[in-house]
Write a protein that binds this ligand. Structure first.
Ligand code: UDX
Ligand code: ADP
Length: 459
């Protein structure tokens, strides 16, 4: 069968996998190929055990794989055979050298740029899909301009999907953003990308902008979202000192239509691969341009997030008579949010490390993230008494305390009377997501510590 367009996605991770799959799903007349340097990842995408857990992803893959969606480890052939290339490789925080712990590590991205340069035999549209520091597209253009016979147009098309709702976000996005160069071929490239999205996204939601605004808007969107969480978390600390209730405050504030009611859930802190990395990248860029006050302002968002996690630990210690040495603590959830197995930058990693430093014993429970939890603890060299038990009833047995770290629905509906019966007394529950019925837990016998509201204690 001859396809109307041949599209390549480089990088088959949390962003690349689902976003390329949706293009294939929505555009049956296009052929979409996804490549990755990690052959195991490709093998997993070709198996029944997909490397990424996302609600609804299995069905989309089942409907497209082998028809117009193909996963391959052959990057060279992929680049040769496709004229539209989405770059979905990871851009983590740089952990070494200049900008260590702050700047974005562009080594994977640059390797991809060089591979595109090396293997291309015809003109290509190259689309930045991940989050990149502002002006990355310029560097991409400079690398690609070393081939004098092949023409490349670089577009910025940042992805706004959120894990756990990725399929919904991709099928029904608030907006699709395309940054382009105002040149004849830049405009043509832009129109090609608009045409792809117009297969399922209403035209008025596809917005185009200059390429630098597009790159910056992605950083700023994430910075604003994270800022909102740090704002509500900062106020949660205030509530705990004053007997105000953060849920009530958030509801009242959120009813102002200028502010809106989303992203106002106080928590143990935000995690995920994007927020911290993107703010640090923004801060790094601000310092680079000597905008130190602006950098300090955004750095505050990260500081409050660290403070919130540390506060959670100190509250636990304080509540449990200032010692948790030898006590068994059960973590309900390890993923950075519900409906994903992803644990990158999860507050649970910090909590686990700190509890083990205090010589507690921990039991980690999570419906999807236990494999990643094990890897995280190993990679971070976090040692101590740790066990991994998926079933929450079994996990809590014999524990002194439960800490809810991920807002999985299953935790809302547990039989806490039964759980209480199997735990060591006095029994504590620290609800780092405010998802449980605190009054009910208190009546059962738990000492209950929510975020940003008065604790309910029996002594
Ligand atoms: C985020 C952005 O939402 C998305 O647009 C972007 O493309 C990638 O980064 P993601 O990291 O998948 O998406 O998850 P998100 O839903 O934004 O949650 C991030 C963190 O904030 C999670 O740890 C979540 O639990 C926490 N959070 C979110 C809160 O603590 N309170 C809230 O009210 C909302
Ligand atoms: P994200 O959340 O941004 O999608 P992931 O780490 O989940 O990040 O996915 C990025 C993917 O990109 C990984 O599977 C990684 O192996 C892949 N990758 C990194 N560099 C290259 C490269 N040069 N060529 C192909 N794939 C790459």
């Amino acid at each position: 069968m001859k396809f109307e367009k041949n599209i390549l996605g480089i990088g088959a991770g949390y962003v690349g996998g689902p976003s390329m799959a949706i293009i294939a799903y929505k555009c049956p007349t296009y052929k979409v190929t996804v490549v990755d340097i990690n052959p195991q990842r490709i093998a997993a995408w070709n198996s029944d055990d997909l490397p990424v857990y996302e609600p609804g992803l299995d069905a989309v893959i089942a409907a497209t794989r082998g028809k117009n969606l193909f996963f391959s480890a052959d990057i060279e052939a992929g680049i040769r055979e496709n004229d539209i290339i989405f770059v979905n490789v990871n851009t983590p925080i740089k952990m070494f050298g200049a900008g260590a712990g702050m700047a974005t590590d562009l080594q994977y991205w640059e390797k991809t740029a060089r591979q595109i340069l090396q293997y291309s035999r015809s003109s290509k549209i190259v689309i930045e899909k991940g989050t990149f520091p502002v002006k990355t597209a310029l560097a991409m253009e400079r690398i690609l301009s070393n081939n004098k016979t092949v023409h490349f147009d670089v577009l910025s098309n940042p992805e706004f999907l959120s894990e756990g709702t990725a399929l919904k976000d991709l099928e029904n996005p608030d907006r699709v953003l395309i940054g382009f160069r105002e040149t004849e071929s830049g405009i043509k490239a832009r129109d090609t990308l608009v045409e792809i999205y117009a297969n399922w996204v209403p035209r008025e939601r596809i917005i185009t902008s200059n390429i630098w605004s597009s790159e910056l808007s992605k950083l700023v969107s994430n910075a604003f979202l994270a800022q909102r969480i740090s704002s509500i978390n900062a106020i949660s600390a205030f509530c705990e000192k004053t007997d105000a209730d953060i849920t009530e405050v958030a509801r009242i504030v959120g009813m102002d239509s200028r502010l809106g009611n989303k992203f106002l859930n106080a928590s143990v802190g935000f995690g995920g691969s994007c927020f911290k990395k993107d703010i640090l990248s923004l801060v790094y860029l601000c310092r680079h341009y000597n905008l130190n006050e602006v950098a300090d302002y955004w750095e505050g968002v990260i500081k409050i997030n660290q403070y919130q996690q540390e506060r959670f630990i100190l509250n636990m210690l304080n509540a449990m008579f200032n010692t948790i040495t030898g006590k068994k603590i059960c973590l309900f959830g390890f993923a950075f949010k519900a409906n994903t197995g992803d644990t990158r930058e999860s507050p649970a990693i910090f909590v686990a490390r700190r509890l083990l430093e205090e010589q507690a014993e921990i039991v980690i429970s999570d419906p999807k993230a236990l494999k990643n939890a094990r890897n995280d603890l190993q990679l971070e060299g976090i040692a101590g008494k740790v066990s991994y038990i998926e079933d929450p009833y079994e996990a809590a047995q014999g524990c002194h305390a439960i800490a809810v770290l991920t807002e999985w629905d299953i935790y809302r509906d547990l039989d806490f009377q039964k759980i209480y019966g199997t735990m060591t007394k006095p029994t504590f529950i620290f609800d780092g997501r405010n998802i449980l019925d605190h009054e009910k837990l208190f009546k059962i016998g738990f000492n209950v510590y929510p975020i940003g509201k008065p604790a309910l204690v029996h002594f």
